[in-house]
Design a protein around this ligand. Structure first.
Ligand code: FAD
Length: 75
């Protein structure tokens, strides 16, 4: 089964619950993202944010804010 998020992009990062982090909802392209996901999530857990790449647009808050991502080049 594909684990689709509402905008077909990953959910990556922490949330309001301390110590709870998301790296899911890859919507059919999670294998491709996995090396960057691992590095980004490690940096988020250790430093509070990913420094090698800005992944803030993948935060779960985007759904509550209505800031869904639009990408036409996914399967
Ligand atoms: C048919 C198909 C084709 C795909 N093709 C591609 C592709 O070509 N390229 C690409 O990049 N991506 C592809 N994907 C997507 C990719 O496989 C996923 O995005 C990726 O595997 C997600 O990795 P994950 O570690 O987040 O989750 P998963 O690989 O789903 O791993 C989650 C793990 O958690 C376990 N689990 C679940 N609930 C619990 C629980 N309560 N307690 C303990 N363990 C639990 C599950 O058993 C599973 O082992 C495809 C997906 C599908 C279905």
């Amino acid at each position: 089964m594909y684990e689709n998020s509402p905008d077909h992009h990953a959910i990556l990062g922490g949330c309001e619950v301390e110590g709870l982090y998301f790296a899911n909802g890859f919507s059919g392209h999670g294998v491709m993202h996995s090396p960057a996901t691992g590095r980004a999530l490690a940096e988020i857990i250790l430093d509070g944010e990913a420094s090698f790449l800005d992944v803030s647009s993948l935060h779960i808050d985007r759904f509550a804010k209505g800031e869904l991502l639009h990408e036409t080049a996914f399967i």
